[in-house]
Design a protein around this ligand. Structure first.
Ligand SMILES: [Zn+2]
Length: 157
């Protein structure tokens, strides 16, 4: 797996969103580029990369259990796609927080995830953001695999 690149600034943005909505989950779309779609390898023959260039925060619409269930509605997907397209980007994944839980996907997450996308999860313990991880669902939708995440210095371009 190629891994997910994100700037330090955007990684901070996800943590901040998780702290803001605590004790409820935050969620949002990851807008960016995935070079594997176009060519599989870049000009130097390095493995394809996936990069997050913008965050698109969403409102957690679930009233019944906003603490441990986030839901992305078709409307959210449409809005996020529009925002991505307007900036010449695409949706490369989704992020959400796990208040007082580890940064690992739940059963619920697996049932509601789609293959291909990166799923970034930030653990927020007692209101303080902790570990952040990224996951990809297998094509058979049976299980998530951890996706290496590279947090880079400097602002996104
Ligand atoms: Zn979750």
């Amino acid at each position: 797996m190629s891994g997910l690149w994100i700037s330090k600034e955007l990684a901070e943005g996800i943590r901040r969103h998780g702290a803001e909505t605590y004790p409820h989950e935050c969620c949002g779309a990851l807008l960016g580029r995935d070079s594997s779609i176009a060519q599989g390898h870049d000009a130097e023959g390095k493995a394809a990369k996936r990069e997050v260039l913008r965050l698109y925060p969403l409102v957690n619409r679930r009233d019944d259990s906003p603490r441990n269930r986030f839901e992305v509605t078709p409307r959210d997907v449409m809005d996020a796609e529009k925002a991505a397209g307007a900036q010449g980007l695409e949706i490369v994944g989704w992020y959400h927080s796990h208040p007082d839980h580890p940064a690992r996907p739940s059963e619920y997450d697996r049932d509601h995830a789609w293959p291909w996308y990166s799923y970034v999860i930030v653990s927020v313990m007692n209101g303080t953001p902790q570990e952040m991880t990224s996951w990809r669902l297998g094509d058979d939708r049976q299980e998530f695999s951890a996706e290496p995440m590279e947090v880079r210095q400097g602002a996104a371009v």
